[in-house]
Design a protein around this ligand. Structure first.
Ligand code: FES
Length: 211
């Protein structure tokens, strides 16, 4: 009797892994035929480009009335993510700078502003808007020519960008922020914008720029 009980016990123990394997295989099969449908059937058929970034207000014109007034902001770029959350947002820092009249087109109100990502196109550090020529020379190894004005400058490998100068057309250009010093391969990435009801609204941004 005791021997029988021992055999039964051993049989039961050895069948546990087999049963576990069968349950796992069955659940995989069930999930294959009945996948997770977060958001319902509509979520499965939604086109991937449905989730465009929304238009975002980043500054009021009243904050940028004088030449070289500037404002830093964060733009949330949304993109489709192939997961149950479906959409992810990247926080992209940017600058909007009010340009002096000599660099603007009187017929084009948008030409008064330079709007760029703050992410350095070299290796992705966040660059600064530097007004002081002494700081440019001492901190960024760049002696600006006279008459001086502010520059975008990156603290990581000392790339310096001139907001008053544009690149050649060859580089998707003309883009503001010509590289005047350091290793950056191109000007800062641009952001498209509109001016409406006394506000600056970002409508999109060039791809890339988030490390
Ligand atoms: S990351 Fe800006 S210069 Fe290298």
């Amino acid at each position: 009797m005791k021997e029988n009980q021992r055999r039964l016990f051993l049989k039961a123990i050895t069948s546990i892994p087999i049963l576990g394997g069968a349950v796992l295989a069955a659940s995989a099969l069930i999930r294959y035929f009945k996948p997770t449908t977060v958001g319902g059937v509509k979520g499965l058929v939604a086109p991937p480009d449905e989730a465009g970034s929304s238009i975002q207000v980043v500054a009021a014109l009243s904050e940028l009335t004088q030449p070289w007034d500037f404002k830093e902001f964060i733009y949330i770029r949304k993109s489709v993510e192939y997961s149950s959350r479906k959409i992810q947002g990247a926080k992209i820092p940017g600058f909007v700078v009010r340009m002096p009249d000599e660099f603007t087109d009187p017929k084009d109100p948008k030409s008064k502003f330079v709007v760029v990502q703050r992410i350095c196109p070299h290796l992705g550090c966040t660059f600064n808007f530097v007004k002081s020529p002494e700081e440019l020379a001492g901190g960024y190894n760049y002696k600006p020519p006279a008459p001086t004005h502010p520059y975008f400058a990156c603290p990581c490998h000392l790339s310096v960008y001139d907001p008053t100068r544009k690149t050649d057309v060859a580089l998707q250009g003309p883009l503001p922020g010509k590289v005047v010093s350091g290793p950056a391969p191109r000007p800062p990435r641009t952001m498209s914008f509109d001016i409406k009801d006394g506000q600056i609204l970002i409508t999109g941004t060039e791809g890339g720029g988030v490390g």
